[in-house]
Design a protein around this ligand. Structure first.
Ligand SMILES: Cc1cc2nc3c(=O)[nH]c(=O)nc-3n(C[C@H](O)[C@H](O)[C@H](O)COP(=O)(O)OP(=O)(O)OC[C@H]3O[C@@H](n4cnc5c(N)ncnc54)[C@H](O)[C@@H]3O)c2cc1C
Length: 325
C-alpha cells in the first residue's frame, strides 16, 4: 500500500544539513510510490523548500515563525503537531540529530505512535516497513517494525544515501500557520564548538586523536592532516579528559556517533565505548604503536608505529595525491 510520509528538513546557517536529503530518500522508500512531503520550520526558510523537492519530495509545507529561528522543544512540537494534524500522514522521518532525537519521541508519544530511533537502513516487504538499527554499542543490529499508529523514525546521518538532485523538479509549497506560544526555553546564544568547519556527525572523513597524542598542542598534527583531506577532527574521551581538546569532539558511547566514509584513528586504543561511536564507518584506518591495540580488531587498514613519524608523512603524501587528483 502506498503511504504519505513527511520528511523533516533540518536547516543550519541558511542551508539544509545533508541528513534532510537522506530523510527525503528514506521517506520515499517507505512511501512505496505514495507521497513525500518535505517539512521546513524556521524564520525566512520558505526559499529553501524547492530544494527538498529537487531531492525527491513531491511538495513541501513550511511553518514560518521567529519563534522557530532556534530549536526549542515547545516550539518545534507545536509546529510539527500542527503539520501532522493538517497533513494526516502515515509517518514522519527525522535525522537522528540533537533536534530529531529530542523532537521525534515527544511527537510520537503525543500521537500515540511507535518510534524507531537511529535507523541505519530501511526495507519495505509487503505491508511492513522494516528498520535496521544498531544495538549493544554497535556490536549487533536489530530489525524493527512499527505495529501501531503512525511510523515515526529517526535516521542516522550518512547511512541512507540521498537521491540525486534533479534541478528540473518543482512542486507546491504551502504554509501552515501556527500560533506558537508558551515556549519555556529561552535561547540566549548559540555557541558552536568545532575545531574545523566540518560537522563531525555529517563528515565524510574524520581524523580522530586519542591519548597517544600526548598533548593538546600535538592535535595540530591532526588539524594539518584533516585540512589536506577536507576532514573533521574528532577525539577519544581519553583525549578530552586529558584536556587535549574540547568535549565537542568526543566520539563514542557518551559522545557523537559518526559514520564517515573514512575514519582515521590516531593513538586511540579502541575501547568499546569509543568503538560504539565509530564502528559503522565504511573504512577504518588505525595508527597505533601497540600491535595488540583493540582498535586493530575493527580496522580495515592498520599502521603499527609511532604516530609522530607517521602522521606528518601521511599529510605530505596526501598533499601530493590531493593536489594531483
Ligand atoms: C561510561 C563510560 C563511557 C565512556 N564513553 C566514551 C566515549 O564516548 N568515547 C571514548 O572515546 N571513550 C569513552 N570512554 C572511555 C574509554 O573507556 C577509554 O578510556 C578511552 O576511549 C581511552 O581513550 P584513548 O584510546 O585515547 O586512550 P588510551 O586507552 O590511553 O590509548 C592511547 C593509545 O595510544 C597509543 N599510543 C601512545 N603513544 C603512541 C604513539 N606515539 N604513536 C602511536 N600510538 C600511540 C597507545 O598504544 C594506546 O593504544 C567511556 C568510559 C566509560 C566508563
Amino acid at each position: 500500500m502506498t503511504k504519505k510520509i513527511l520528511a523533516v528538513g533540518e536547516i543550519r546557517d541558511g542551508e539544509f544539513r545533508n541528513v534532510s536529503y537522506e530523510a527525503v530518500a528514506a521517506a520515499k522508500e517507505i512511501a512505496s510510490g505514495g507521497e513525500v512531503v518535505g517539512v521546513l520550520l524556521g524564520e525566512n526558510v520558505s526559499g529553501l523548500a524547492q530544494e527538498l523537492i529537487q531531492y525527491g519530495a513531491d511538495r513541501a509545507v513550511v511553518v514560518e515563525s521567529e519563534k522557530l529561528s532556534s530549536y526549542t522543544p515547545d516550539g518545534y512540537t507545536q509546529a510539527l503537531q500542527a503539520v501532522v494534524e493538517q497533513e494526516n500522514p502515515d509517518g514522519m522521518i527525522f535525522g537522528h540529530t540533537s533536534i530529531g532525537r529530542d523532537a521525534a519521541p515527544k511527537l510520537a508519544a503525543r500521537l500515540d505512535s511507535g518510534l524507531v530511533s537511529d535507523a541505519t537502513a530501511i526495507e519495505v516487504a509487503g505491508e511492513e516497513v522494516i528498520f535496521t538499527r544498531p544495538i549493544y554499542s554497535g556490536k549487533a543490529f536489530e530489525k524493527k517494525v512499527v505495529s501501531g499508529g503512525k511510523i515515526f523514525a529517526t535516521i542516522r546521518p550518512n547511512n541512507i544515501a540521498p537521491l540525486e538532485k534533479d534541478e528540473s523538479r518543482s512542486g507546491d509549497v504551502s504554509e501552515v500557520t501556527v500560533d506558537i506560544k508558551d515556549i519555556r526555553t529561552i535561547i540566549k546564544d548559540v555557541v558552536r564548538n568545532t575545531a574545523t568547519g566540518v560537522d563531525l556527525s555529517e563528515a565524510n572523513i574524520i581524523v580522530a586523536g586519542g591519548r597517544g597524542l600526548k598533548s593538546g598542542d600535538n592535535f595540530k598534527l591532526l588539524d594539518e592532516l584533516a585540512d589536506v583531506l577536507g576532514a573533521a577532527v574528532g577525539a577519544s574521551r581519553g583525549a578530552c579528559d586529558a584536556e587535549y581538546c574540547d568535549y565537542a569532539l568526543q566520539i563514542g558511547q557518551t559522545g557523537k556517533v559518526v559514520t564517515p566514509d573514512l575514519y582515521i584513528a590516531v593513538g586511540i586504543s579502541g575501547a568499546i565505548q569509543h568503538v560504539a561511536g565509530m564502528s559503522n564507518s565504511k573504512v577504518i584506518v588505525a595508527i597505533n604503536k601497540d600491535p595488540e591495540a583493540e582498535i586493530f580488531n575493527i580496522a580495515d587498514y592498520g599502521i603499527v608505529g609511532d604516530l609522530f613519524d607517521i602522521v606528518p608523512k601521511l599529510t605530505e603524501e596526501f598533499k601530493n595525491v590531493v593536489v594531483k587528483s
